[in-house]
Every structure is written in structure tokens, then in C-alpha cells.
Design a binder for this molecule. Structure first.
Ligand SMILES: Nc1nc2c(c(=O)[nH]1)N[C@H]1C(S)=C(S)[C@@H](COP(=O)(O)OP(=O)(O)OC[C@H]3O[C@@H](n4cnc5c(=O)[nH]c(N)nc54)[C@H](O)[C@@H]3O)O[C@H]1N2
Ligand SMILES: Nc1nc2c(c(=O)[nH]1)N[C@H]1C(S)=C(S)[C@@H](COP(=O)(O)OP(=O)(O)OC[C@H]3O[C@@H](n4cnc5c(=O)[nH]c(N)nc54)[C@H](O)[C@@H]3O)O[C@H]1N2
Ligand SMILES: [Mo]
Length: 762
């Protein structure tokens, strides 16, 4: 085991909480002000204005924050949101950290700081190595770094002893090359952030509709009659979605939110680009809010479907019977299965006021252009896959697929997480992809499935994997069970991070650790005379160009493809059919190869310019030929089993308004009225009374799974409008509570949104 005395969570000191009223609208003028404050502070005025002006424009760069698509007609002034501006400020900050910083501060010392403090230190600007036994990173030349990595990979008894993680910020080109290298090495050990994120969506949609992606386009929102939003907080995590919802509302659509919390973005939106948004009251967004209990969406959806079924028995036109007959399988089974769930039981489980459920049923009965959107509130549960299948059931019953204004909308997280999967980042085997790689590159990729995130952690912990590499991301803090994951990484011989910013995974490392600093998305990627551009795919399957424009923070940075190409070159020397260096430097050539390997990428070099192109999507054409009987599948989903014992609570670990996953931009959760503190737990006041707790009482959160107790210490109680028995706290602070061996059936996504805990007063 590693001897370094590092902290896996950092400082647990309180920062000075202030609790105010929950906001009753999102965005508006304060959002613009705060966006600019963040940008100016990190980048200065000139760089901020030029960076922001180019973000999400056709000739500019794709926002590094979420994956929400850009409208066809971009706003000339500002096609970005508050959190996009924060993401840019975080990436394009002028602050840098070099070898002198690491000579001064040991990894032991830095690890005691909070994630917020660590993230604020600035950009990584030179390759660094942490040698065995040492607690200080030192500078190393690029070539030495590449050779060290290659040597370590060569010492492995099998390529399956290496793990190659990807976070979804990498471009298609970088991810494609990375996947190619890993396969050339001979393993499919490619866990990615998707495993912790929308994997449940991919599995559920793949099994029911034949494609693991959503079916709607942005324009569908403008035509939809109903948009249901389950388990998603767009005001914070996908703010530009609010503009689409506003348009939907203005066109007469009804918005239904399903969430244990009433999130500000879904209450009212003040569009900072409209007079109404700036001077008047903005647009009310959700017409009906169903305050469901955590992980009781299946009970709620079943109840809604049962009520629709009862209406259909009378009217015969509530369900789309032609659609059901023509395109689906399993309808009779679904109806029969529903009979086994008494309505009263479903009502009591979901905890929602029946009046509102009836209102929703009334709307759904009359409409059939329905979009269902969801995010982590549905995917990160033991039954995450079934949550989504129940949504698909509803859409199939209503015939709400394959027509304008209707369909599935898993709202993706990282800006290119969907593209990374499209171009080959996956732990499972795609025979089609393997054949195409063989035909194009002349080597045979491995045909044994690799490890996903939770199984990679286990393999490292058990000493079965010894080298870990991360293309972006912050594996230690993002993954479940921080203490176990820390031991796993520390058991490795070598951990390598290709990163823009310092994070905890650089501190909790293998015996040797290497940091390879890379260009950010917003930065100019210059090679000779050419300023290179790459491609990304948004949440709705559109592939388009992105071109960084800002002066890189250092001229010693390499692009992600170049780093990967150099590692591959150092490993294979010239003994491999792929010309790694050439490919990694010539993105045009890389795209030519991608078009031979990746379905739908034909002519990508041309088509990705000027706004981009949509990838094929069988649901849009109602082509279910790949599924059993050639039909879309109804699913009978069991109810989750959540009998909480007395004193137990259901905890969801969510994002505050001031973070991007493990990157902490600030300490405020403005819309929820919680300021200057992250170590908080939101609780229902009646639960607080029962436990004898007051506002700002200090508590510890404890989970107990398989006889093992895990504790997250020092949280301040915040009274909040949340269902009884449910509590909410922020991740990554609470990841210490999530057991590594409890995850969703089939998708293996950690149960980050339904952790059973007890609360102990300090
Ligand atoms: N600014 C910003 N943008 C981001 C990110 C970020 O951290 N910051 N992260 C990006 C990434 S990678 C992702 S995946 C997305 C995440 O986007 P979201 O999924 O919106 O993020 P979470 O904060 O995890 O929010 C989950 C929401 O689900 C609700 N919820 C929790 N449990 C349940 C449940 O059982 N049922 C229902 N119906 N609701 C539930 C919570 O109250 C919360 O509103 O955002 C992306 N965009
Ligand atoms: N408890 C709990 N845990 C969760 C979640 C939850 O809701 N609750 N959400 C999960 C989800 S949805 C996700 S997606 C994961 C996220 O997991 P990750 O993707 O692993 O985490 P991030 O915090 O997004 O990674 C941030 C780091 O990426 C690096 N980075 C940023 N931009 C770039 C770039 O352009 N290139 C490179 N090479 N590096 C870059 C920076 O060094 C930064 O510190 O976390 C998961 N973990
Ligand atoms: Mo995510």
C-alpha cells in the first residue's frame, strides 16, 4: 500500500453558511452578472469578452459544459448561459501552476485543501511526475513521460491489467484515437464517465427502442404539446434548455416536472435575452409539479398509466392503438402486469398529491406529441434501467415516437460524452466496430468485454489491474466509495492523468503518477500554419465542428490526440500497422479514417462544418427491425423495494449551482438559497423535529451496507421543501457513503441517488 499520508476528501471545515429563501426564478439579470464576474475574475475582461463571443457560434468552439444542442439560429450576442461562462472561466483562467508550485506544496499538503481551493489554483502547464516514495511532483520532459508510460505498460502480464478511463469532454478525434490505441494494446478496459451517468439510459433505450440515444431534435421542443421532465435540474445543469422550454410554453405546450425538489429553473425562467426576461416577470415554466419521493418514479408512472388505461377503456382514443399494433410488442403483458398493482399502493409509495396526478393524466389523455426528458434523478438507482423503460412504456402507449414534437430525451451530461461512445469509448464489444477497425487499420481488436467503472475499481483494488490512465476527469472523486476507490488507485504501479486542471485524482495516486497537461476546448490548437478543429456530438445526435480560439495558457501544452499518439508511438515504436504520430497530428486524416470505421460518419470532413449533421437514428424513422419481432418493446418493470426502517432516510447526492461535477466553481447554491457552504444536508422540517434537529445543526451521515459502515462527517442541516424521509446533499462530498458494490441492474451505474442513511447529531 501507498505510504503517502494524503486526505481523500480534503478539508471538512465549514465556510460560513447563509440560508435565504429559495429563488422563484432562474437566470435573469443576476445570471448575466454572475457569469461575467466569474469570467472577468479568471480571464480578465478582454479574454472573457472574446471567449464568450465565440462560444457555441458556428465558427467558434463548443461550450465545455453540458451537451445541450445549439439552436439553428444562434444569438449573435450571447449563445451561452451562466454555467457555460463559469465553465469557460474555469478552463481558460490565466492562473497557472508549475513545478515551483509543486516543489513548495507536497501532494500530502494539497490533499488537505478543499476541492474548491484545489481547483482555483490554475491550469497545469508542464508534464509532471510523482516518483515512488516522493510526495512532490517534479517536472519531466514529454518524451520521458511517454517512455515511462510505455515501459510500465510493457511490464504488464496482460493488457487487461491496464485501465483506460475517459471523461466526456474529449473530442471525437481524441476519443477515437484513444479507443484505437487501447484496442491495439489488446484490451477493452475502457470505463467512462457514462458508466456513472447515462448508462442506464443507453441500456434501457437500446433494449426497448434499438438505439441507446434519445430520439428528439431541438426543434421538437417547439412543437411538443407536453414535455415531462423527470429527475433533472435544467436551471443549473442545462440552462439553455430553459429557452427551448420557454418556446414550447409560448407555443401552447404544457410542462410537467417530476422531482422531489421544486427546482427554480422549472418554476420560472427569465430569459436574459428577452425584454420579458429582463424587465418583466419572465415565463412560468412547469405547469404541474409532481413532488415524487426519491426513486418512486416507477410507482408514479404506473399510476399515471393505469389511470390513462381506465380512460382508454371508455374512450378508446387515449392510447394510440394503431401505433401499438403496428410498432410494438408486449402490450397485453403490460396491461396484465399493471393489474397486479393496486392504485392506493402506488399512490402511497410515490407520495404525490392525487389531485396533481389527475391533472397530469387529463393532459396526457388528450395529447400525443409528448417528449419525456430525464437525467440523473432516474439513472442513478438500483432500478435505473427500469425507470427509463417505464418512461418508454408511456411514450409507446401514446404513440409519441417518430413524429415531430415527440420522443425520448435523455439529457446528457458532459459536452461530448455521447460522441465519445459513438466513436468507440466502451467497455463492451461491438463486433461491427471491430470488423471496421480490422478492415481500416489492419489489426484485430480484442473480442473479450472489458471492465466498466465499478469493475475497474474492484480490479485495481484486488491487484488485478496495475496501470490506470484517465483521459480527463477526476476518477477518485467522481466514482463511488471514495475510500475504496482511493485504495484501488493507490494499489496501482502507475496512474496517469491527461488533464487541464489539478484535481484530487492527481493526489491520490499509484506508486508513480504522471500528469500530462493538455489544451482546453477553448484554446487555439495550432500546428504549423493550421489552426486545427475537431468534432463533437451533442445530446441530440448532431455532430459538428469546434475550434478553439483563445491563446493557450502555455506553449508547452499538447492536444489530447497528440498526447495519445505519442504514448502509442512510445509503446509500439514502429512495430504496428497504425502510423500513430501521423494520425494524431492530422485530424483531417483521422476523420477520413473515422468515416471508414464509424457508422454515419461518411463525409464528416465536409458535413461537420457549418452547424453539422445528424447521425442516423432508427427511432426517428420508426425502424425497429433490430429488435425481437422487429418491434419496439413494452417492459414490465418491478417496483423498487425501499422499505426504510425507522430512523433511515433516502439520500440523493446532487449538484449545487456552483459546480461542474467535481469542479467546484464557488460555494453558493443560489437557486436553492444556500450560500457559502457545501457541507449541508437538505431535510424536511418534520423529520428535523423528529430527530431533534434545528436549522444549521451539525450532523454526520452514515450508510451501512453489507455490514460495513461508511460515514460522511460534519454537515449542516438545512430545512427544505423535500418529501419526508428524503434528504439531499452534494456530491462529491457524499461519495464516501456510496458502496462500490451497489449499482444499477444491467447498467452498473452507482446508486448515487438512493443511498439509505441514518443521521447522527454531533
Ligand atoms: N452547471 C453544471 N452543468 C452540468 C453538470 C454540473 O455539474 N454543473 N454536470 C453535467 C453532467 S455530467 C450531468 S450527468 C448532468 C446532470 O444533470 P442533473 O441530472 O440535472 O443533475 P443532478 O444535480 O444530479 O440532478 C438530479 C435532479 O434529479 C432530482 N432527483 C434525484 N433523485 C430523484 C428521483 O428519484 N426521482 C426524480 N424524479 N428526481 C430525482 C434531483 O432533485 C435533481 O433535481 O448535468 C451536466 N451539466
Ligand atoms: N455521488 C455522485 N457521484 C457522481 C454523480 C452524482 O450525481 N452523484 N454524477 C456522476 C456523473 S453524471 C459523472 S458524468 C461523473 C463525472 O466524472 P468525471 O468526468 O470523471 O469528472 P469531472 O469532474 O467532470 O472531471 C473534471 C476534470 O476533468 C479535467 N478536464 C476538464 N476539461 C478537460 C479537457 O478538455 N481535457 C482533459 N483531458 N481534461 C479535462 C480537469 O482536470 C477536471 O479536474 O461523476 C459521477 N459521480
Ligand atoms: Mo454525467
Amino acid at each position: 500500500m501507498n505510504k503517502r499520508n494524503v486526505s481523500i476528501t480534503g478539508s471538512t471545515e465549514f465556510t460560513g453558511i447563509r440560508i435565504e429563501e429559495q429563488a422563484d426564478y432562474a437566470a435573469g439579470v443576476p445570471a448575466v452578472k454572475i457569469a461575467l464576474q466569474h469570467a472577468f475574475k479568471e480571464m480578465g475582461v478582454v479574454k472573457s469578452m472574446s471567449g464568450l463571443a465565440q462560444m457555441n457560434q458556428k465558427e467558434g468552439f463548443d461550450c465545455p459544459s453540458c451537451a445541450w444542442p445549439d439552436p439553428e439560429k444562434r444569438s449573435k450576442i450571447a449563445e451561452y448561459c451562466e454555467n457555460g461562462a463559469k465553465a469557460l472561466a474555469d478552463e481558460a483562467t490565466n492562473k497557472t501552476i508549475d513545478k515551483a508550485f509543486f516543489a513548495k506544496h507536497s501532494v500530502e499538503e494539497i490533499s488537505k485543501w478543499s476541492d474548491y481551493e484545489i481547483g482555483k489554483k490554475g491550469r497545469l502547464i508542464e508534464p509532471l511526475i510523482l516518483k515512488p516514495g516522493s510526495v512532490h511532483y517534479e517536472s519531466i520532459s514529454w518524451q520521458e513521460a511517454f517512455d515511462t508510460i510505455a515501459e510500465n505498460l510493457h511490464t504488464l502480464a496482460s493488457p487487461d491489467e491496464a485501465i483506460f478511463y475517459t471523461s466526456g469532454r474529449s473530442s471525437n478525434e481524441a476519443a477515437f484515437l484513444y479507443g484505437l490505441f487501447v484496442r491495439a494494446l489488446g484490451t477493452n478496459n475502457m470505463p467512462d464517465c457514462s458508466n456513472m451517468c447515462h448508462e442506464s439510459s443507453g441500456v434501457a433505450l437500446g433494449e426497448t427502442l434499438g438505439i441507446g440515444k434519445g430520439s428528439v431534435k431541438l426543434e421538437d421542443f417547439y412543437e411538443a404539446e407536453v414535455v415531462m421532465i423527470l429527475g433533472q435540474n435544467p436551471g443549473t445543469n442545462h440552462p439553455r434548455m430553459l429557452s427551448a422550454l420557454e418556446k414550447c410554453k409560448n407555443n401552447g405546450g404544457t410542462i410537467i416536472s417530476v422531482n422531489p425538489l421544486e427546482e427554480a429553473g422549472l418554476v420560472r425562467f427569465k430569459n436574459p435575452q428577452s425584454v420579458n426576461g429582463v424587465l418583466l416577470s419572465g415565463t412560468a415554466i412547469a405547469d404541474i409539479h409532481l413532488q415524487v419521493k426519491i426513486n418512486q418514479d416507477i410507482a408514479l408512472l404506473k399510476l399515471i398509466i393505469k389511470k390513462l388505461k381506465a380512460l382508454d377503456a371508455i374512450n378508446k382514443n387515449v392510447f394510440d392503438h394503431d401505433f401499438i399494433k403496428r410498432y410494438t410488442q408486449g402490450y397485453e403483458n403490460l396491461l396484465k402486469d399493471l393489474d397486479s398493482y393496486p392504485e392506493e399502493e402506488l399512490l402511497s409509495l410515490c407520495g404525490v398529491n392525487e389531485k396533481y396526478i389527475n391533472e397530469v393524466v387529463d393532459v396526457l389523455a388528450k395529447k400525443n406529441k409528448i417528449i419525456i426528458c430525464w437525467a440523473m434523478g432516474l439513472t442513478q438507482h438500483k432500478n435505473g434501467v427500469n425507470n427509463i423503460k417505464e418512461c418508454v412504456n408511456l411514450l409507446l402507449l401514446k404513440g409519441s415516437l417518430g413524429k415531430p414534437g415527440a420522443g425520448t430525451c435523455p439529457v446528457r451530461g458532459h459536452s461530448n460524452v455521447q460522441g465519445d461512445r459513438t466513436v468507440g469509448i466502451m467497455h463492451f464489444v461491438s463486433e461491427e466496430l471491430n470488423i471496421a477497425i480490422k478492415n481500416t487499420f489492419g489489426f484485430t481488436p480484442p473480442d473479450k468485454a472489458g471492465l466498466d467503472t465499478v469493475h475497474s475499481i474492484k480490479a485495481m483494488h484486488e491487484g488485478k489491474a496495475k496501470v490506470f490512465m484517465g483521459l480527463g476527469g477526476n476518477f477518485l472523486s467522481a466514482a463511488s466509495d471514495t475510500a475504496y476507490t482511493a485504495e484501488a488507485l493507490q494499489a496501482c504501479n502507475l496512474t496517469v492523468q491527461i488533464s487541464t486542471k489539478l484535481n484530487r485524482t492527481h493526489l491520490i495516486t499509484g506508486k508513480t503518477a504522471i500528469i500530462l497537461p493538455t489544451l482546453g476546448r477553448s484554446e487555439l490548437d495550432q500546428k504549423g500554419d493550421e489552426s486545427r478543429s475537431f468534432t463533437v456530438e451533442n445530446s441530440m445526435g448532431k455532430v459538428h465542428r469546434s475550434k478553439g480560439m483563445l491563446q493557450p495558457v502555455s506553449d508547452n501544452l499538447k492536444s489530447e490526440p497528440e498526447i495519445i499518439g505519442n504514448i502509442a508511438q512510445a509503446y509500439f515504436k514502429d512495430q504496428h500497422p497504425v502510423s500513430w504520430k501521423l494520425l494524431s497530428e492530422d485530424y483531417h486524416l483521422m476523420r477520413e479514417k473515422m468515416e471508414q470505421v464509424i457508422k454515419g460518419f461518411k463525409n464528416i470532413n465536409d458535413k461537420s462544418k457549418d452547424g453539422g449533421f445528424y447521425l442516423p437514428n432508427n427511432v426517428r424513422n420508426l425502424d425497429f427491425s433490430k429488435l425481437p419481432q422487429g418491434k419496439a418493446q413494452f417492459s414490465c418493470c418491478e417496483l423498487p423495494d425501499h422499505a426504510l426502517k425507522s430512523g433511515e432516510f433516502m439520500l440523493m447526492t446532487i449538484r449545487s449551482h456552483d459546480q461542474f461535477n467535481t469542479t467546484i466553481y464557488g460555494l453558493d447554491d443560489r437557486y436553492r438559497g444556500i450560500y457559502n457552504e457545501r457541507r449541508i444536508v437538505m431535510m424536511n422540517t418534520s423529520d428535523m423535529q423528529r430527530l431533534g434537529l434545528e436549522k444549521k445543526s451539525v450532523v454526520n451521515l452514515i450508510s451501512k451496507y453489507d455490514g460495513k459502515e461508511r460515514k460522511a462527517i460534519k454537515f449542516l442541516v438545512v430545512p427544505y421543501n423535500i418529501p419526508q424521509g428524503n434528504v439531499a446533499a452534494y456530491f462529491p462530498e457524499t461519495n464516501v457513503l456510496v458502496p462500490y458494490n451497489h449499482y444499477a441492474d444491467k447498467s452498473n451505474t452507482p446508486i448515487s441517488k438512493s443511498i439509505v442513511i441514518t443521521i447522527e447529531k454531533v
